[in-house]
Ligand binder design. Structure first.
Ligand SMILES: *[C@@H]1O[C@H](CO)[C@@H](O)[C@H](O)[C@H]1NC(C)=O
Ligand SMILES: *[C@@H]1O[C@H](CO)[C@@H](O)[C@H](O)[C@H]1NC(C)=O
Ligand SMILES: *[C@@H]1O[C@H](CO)[C@@H](O)[C@H](O)[C@H]1NC(C)=O
Ligand SMILES: O=C(O)CCC(=O)C(=O)O
Length: 373
């Protein structure tokens, strides 16, 4: 079947094709109010003791937001304008390539990295109005076998002439890695956890960078660029352009998060929610498209090392009571969201149920085996 080509689809005589029309429940609403989210000036946190008052004020506001919806902005982050501009320039170059070129990096079923137009490899019927390129960023000091750098992946799949592209997203990912360490340390401290804890938990992290490209759509009120979901990952650092389209579901209403120059949108994902025993929330969000302008966003998803067991630190169990989610590893959760379940508002709960049902099966098996012996 033909790939996704917004120009062709927009030129169809009547409506956009039915696969792109979302159910009435999910169609974007028209009068969306803006959500005011706290702004974290991360430099004042990093400079530590010099600015204690500002830091504790920020900590309180971010903590309140994290308990309610998990979204906030980060400014004064120290990421150079130059790399942001180069990343967007490379994104434009990539998504402008002819479909046949982009297909060289096509993502295969069950794999993480690669190019996906909305038609490819999705196991559901409502298609998003977008194209993505996903790149795995393993921050391990010594890469395990089977992992590679962003640069190497790009040159392997896209071939010669793409060295700059690979280098730019390698550099961008490294900048996000540094920033994400500061953010999780901040979040940890806002929960009263020792600074060292988060740093150790995310050692040798295995993160993901996703380039999102949303072409204009002549009927933007029928479709979605990214459907409603929570991020299964730990924290997300989103760099969105000036067009706007990100929406968050808070207190039963969709609200928009307006683009703010030189700042990142940060949100908490399911894994971090589990790590905090549900104290900090991951929240449903989506992206809408518009009829006039294309939109781009770059999402960096911090994830722990694949085999790391996600379980809340004892300090948090003391304040939050019983364990709300079973032990799991990031590789199990990743597999669940890639092969068994489309991320939506219940991902973490469904995953927990799935783990518990497997535990029952495993225990039964062990029982039977031991009885036979
Ligand atoms: C990710 O792991 C690398 C290697 O251990 C480390 O240098 C980096 O600080 C980690 N990043 C985060 C966000 O913890
Ligand atoms: C959706 O867009 C179409 C075409 O622009 C318009 O006719 C229709 O009234 C819109 N519907 C809503 C609910 O805004
Ligand atoms: C969870 O994992 C820890 C090891 O990280 C282990 O000590 C504990 O027994 C596990 N809990 C359950 C319920 O499996
Ligand atoms: O493009 C956006 O604003 C949101 C993207 C997103 O939620 C995602 O890539 O998971």
């Amino acid at each position: 079947h033909a790939g996704f080509d917004a120009k062709v689809l927009n030129n169809q005589p009547n409506n956009i094709p039915p696969e792109y029309v979302w159910s009435d429940e999910d169609k974007p609403s028209t009068d969306i109010k803006e959500l005011q989210v706290p702004i974290l000036d991360i430099s004042s946190f990093l400079s530590g003791h010099d600015n204690h008052v500002a830091a504790s004020q920020a900590s309180r506001l971010v903590s309140e937001a994290a308990k309610l919806h998990g979204f906030f902005l980060v400014t004064n982050h120290g990421v150079h304008e130059g790399i942001l501009a180069r990343a967007y320039k490379c994104m434009d170059t990539f998504f402008d390539l002819p479909a046949s070129e982009k297909q060289k990096a096509k993502r295969k079923w069950g794999e993480l990295s690669g190019y996906a137009d909305s038609v490819a490899g999705r196991f559901y019927s409502e298609l998003p109005w977008k194209e993505t390129l996903t790149l795995r960023f393993s921050a391990q000091e010594k890469l395990e076998s089977g992992t590679e750098t962003v640069k190497d992946y790009v040159s392997k799949t896209m071939g010669d002439g793409n060295e700059e592209f690979g280098a730019v997203f390698q550099e961008y990912s490294e900048a996000m890695n540094t920033l994400s360490l500061n953010i999780i340390e901040f979040l940890g401290m806002s929960l009263g956890i020792e600074r060292r804890y988060m740093r150790e938990f995310y050692q040798d992290n295995d993160s993901i960078l996703r380039l999102n490209y949303y072409p204009p759509c002549k009927q933007p009120n029928l479709t979605l660029g990214t459907g409603p979901h929570t991020d299964p990952t730990s924290i997300t650092i989103l760099y969105q352009d000036h067009v706007g389209g990100l929406q968050v579901f808070v207190e039963n209403q969709w609200r928009s998060i307006a683009p703010k120059p030189r700042s990142f949108v940060v949100n908490i994902g399911d894994t971090f929610m589990a790590l905090t025993n549900g104290i900090y929330k991951s929240c449903l969000h989506r992206a809408v498209v518009n009829s006039e302008r294309e939109r781009r966003s770059l999402a960096f998803f911090l994830c722990p090392q694949m085999a790391k067991v996600v379980k809340p630190p004892t300090e948090l169990l003391e304040v939050s009571g019983q364990r709300r989610y079973p032990n799991f590893t990031w590789s199990m959760f990743l597999e669940f969201t890639q092969k068994h379940y489309r991320s939506d508002k219940n991902t973490l709960q469904k995953f927990s149920d799935w783990l518990r049902s497997r535990e029952v099966i495993d225990n039964n098996l062990t029982d039977r085996v031991s009885k036979r012996e």
